[in-house]
Design a protein around this ligand. Structure first.
Ligand SMILES: Nc1ncnc2c1ncn2[C@@H]1O[C@H](COP(=O)(O)OP(=O)(O)OP(=O)(O)O)[C@@H](O)[C@H]1O
Ligand SMILES: [Mg+2]
Length: 235
């Protein structure tokens, strides 16, 4: 087990958002965290990452309790976070943006990421190497954000709504790229409102509503449970 979230309660000031979330991710898995807007998906990722510390409960990463650790420490241990808002540097070139993500690997886990390896996953970035980040399309920015995070050699990738705001054809490309990452052994926790996109890539899913887990199971179980799909995903 690479990540174990046990019964976390998280609030922003006085507003309580998460009410006892538990989930886990095994090495090499892609796990979807689904639910409509405002159910607590981003807050769950922020709690794991140490950006918003849970009030109670624990986050265990590679066997260490990291609950409430500072985000830079969690990142250093090998957790890569790709936030919802794509934070690229608009005045730096694509290549320079990728360079800013370079970090040594936390452990002896596989081969190190290089710009060339990022290009193998996202070929479109290769031809855009000199282009300023601010001049990229939404899809290109998303690919650059993921690529930059890969340059930090994460062992676990937290992706927050990567498909948001992208055209269907771009979402299809991104889906193939994430599938390839998974094939290469990357462990992924994928937050999405777009359940179709996420379930196509994932082994298991958790569905949140009002800060609680309402479904946990395999993608097959989810596909076979029409009631759950209709109630929480509108599918
Ligand atoms: N910084 C904040 N301060 C106060 N409330 C917040 C803050 N950030 C989020 N919230 C509230 O917490 C709740 C859960 O938000 P969260 O962003 O975790 O949901 P989400 O499932 O990621 O939604 P979305 O699909 O829209 O990204 C929402 O009601 C939101 O308004
Ligand atoms: Mg969110």
């Amino acid at each position: 087990m690479i990540l174990e979230v046990n019964d976390i309660y998280t609030s922003y000031g006085l507003s309580q958002i998460l009410f006892g979330i538990s989930l886990n991710v095994d090495e090499g898995e892609c796990v979807a965290l689904l639910g409509r807007n405002g159910v607590g998906k981003t807050t769950t990722l922020r709690s794991i990452m140490g950006l918003t510390a849970p009030k109670s409960g624990t986050v265990v990463y590679k066997g260490s309790d990291i609950t409430g650790n500072a985000a830079f420490r969690v990142a250093k241990m090998g957790v890569g976070f790709v936030p919802e808002e794509r934070r690229i540097f608009p005045d730096l070139s694509v290549r320079e943006n990728l360079e800013t993500g370079r970090k040594p690997a936390a452990g002896p886990n596989g081969k190190e990421w290089t710009i060339e390896r990022v290009h193998e996953i996202f070929p479109i970035l290769e031809g855009l190497g000199d282009r300023k980040g601010g001049h990229l399309s939404g899809g290109e920015q998303q690919m650059l954000t993921v690529g930059r995070t890969l340059m930090g050699n994460p062992d676990l990738l937290l992706l927050d709504e990567p498909s948001e705001g992208l055209a269907p054809l771009v979402v299809r490309d991104l889906s193939q790229q994430i599938a390839r990452l998974k094939d290469e052994g990357m462990t992924i926790l994928l937050c999405e409102q777009n359940a179709k996109f996420a379930t196509g890539l994932s082994d298991r899913a958790y569905i949140l509503e009002k800060g609680q887990v309402r479904f946990a199971g395999s993608i097959d179980e989810l596909q076979g449970n029409e009631e759950i799909r209709q109630q929480y995903l509108g599918l």
